[in-house]
Write a protein that binds this ligand. Structure first.
Ligand code: FES
Length: 356
């Protein structure tokens, strides 16, 4: 397939050609892709929580997309990709990429794990929601290998059992007495109160109590929608002995698709998460504000003034780029990483936001 044969990909100097070795389906909407960088393999040794950035050509539009590495260190690089939309890069990985294809890939980047954690035994707690599992699974792999006395507990929230990514790998890892997985399912499939429905303060308090291991320092890594991570942080802080937390967020990582040349497109795909529910809006004109796009899609986004004053439409920019429409003299500043949807237009092939 012509994934690596466009003029743009040949012009991209920092990428390395990697042959697709295997594409393994995990759920109806997600795959694990194994890559072989050949002689460049040493450049693909990664630290826990790092990711690969791909230079792709999706339906004639060049773009960069990043996916977390999920393989244990020392094995061929693997990424897990959940399909989040029709026609985008995630669909390409889920439906078109095949063994033997050659993809242009930048070596691992980003960071989330501090090596000093391995100086002493820890109980490492991982809180993941949906595809948020991908950066955390390499932390689990690393922690179990780094020290024989590290313990790892994963609390993993999904809507249904069919949505659980990396399930096979998690079952394999759970054979270790030092690794425990606790699934929380929105559809009530487990039949138990604690593992049914959305996580809330009461459930998190009970889970922290249940999984407390005395004698070991605890640290929690969080990955998922902003609201999910904020809730875990709030409960962790309120413990009698506050639990330290680390967020995994693309916004905290050094690479933010700054070279995304898909700005030549006339439309963008906008992913909006509100109250834990994600909606994908296709074909948003670049001239339209994010608030306007939500209006057209029938999304009830909170807004009042529509002129940058009230901040009711504030959202966290998770990935992609946006541009300010005409600057408003009255506009107050928003914190770094946040945007006002009534004031910003999409400026990259995909923009992902979560309402504050
Ligand atoms: S709606 Fe008031 S600042 Fe956007």
């Amino acid at each position: 397939m012509p994934l690596s044969k466009t003029p743009y990909l040949r012009d991209t100097p920092k990428t390395v050609p990697c042959t697709v070795r295997e594409v393994k389906r995990m759920t109806t909407k997600s795959v694990v892709v194994t890559l072989d960088p050949g002689l460049n393999l040493p450049r693909f040794r990664h630290a826990p929580g790092q990711r690969l950035t791909f230079s792709l050509n999706v339906h004639g539009s060049p773009c960069f997309r990043s996916y977390n590495l999920v393989n244990p260190v020392g094995q061929l690089p693997q990424i897990a990709v959940k399909q989040v939309s029709e026609g985008g890069a995630s669909q390409l990985f889920n439906e078109q990429v095949q063994p033997g294809d050659v993809l242009e890939v930048m070596p691992p980047s980003g960071h989330v794990y501090e090596r000093k954690l391995d100086y002493t035994a820890h109980h490492i707690m991982l809180f993941a929601a949906g595809s948020g599992i991908t950066p955390l699974i390499s932390i689990a792999h690393h922690a179990l290998m780094a020290r024989p006395d590290h313990r790892v507990t994963l609390v993993f929230a999904n809507s249904t059992p069919r949505d659980i990514m990396m399930q096979f790998e998690l079952e394999r890892m759970a054979k270790s007495s030092r690794f425990e997985v606790f699934h929380v399912l929105g559809d009530g499939a487990t039949g138990e109160d604690l593992s049914t429905g959305r996580l809330d303060h009461a459930k998190l308090n009970r889970l922290l109590e249940q999984f407390h291991i005395s004698g070991l320092p605890h640290l929690a890594f969080l990955s998922g929608p902003q609201g999910f991570m904020a809730l875990v942080e709030e409960v962790a802080k309120a413990q009698p002995t506050p639990l330290a937390t680390r967020r995994y967020s693309f916004m905290d990582q050094p690479f933010l698709h700054l070279e995304d040349r898909s700005a030549t497109q006339r439309t963008s795909e906008v992913s909006v998460t509100m109250n834990g529910v994600t909606k994908i809006i296709e074909q948003v004109p670049r001239a339209m504000t994010l608030l306007g796009a939500a209006d057209e899609a029938g999304l009830a986004m909170t807004a009042n003034c529509r002129s940058g004053i009230c901040h009711r439409c504030k959202a966290k920019l998770i990935s992609g780029q946006t541009l300010q429409k005409t600057p408003a003299a009255t506009e107050r500043q928003v914190e770094a990483g946040w945007i006002l949807c009534c004031q910003q237009r999409p400026a990259s092939g995909r923009v992902e936001i979560e309402m504050g």
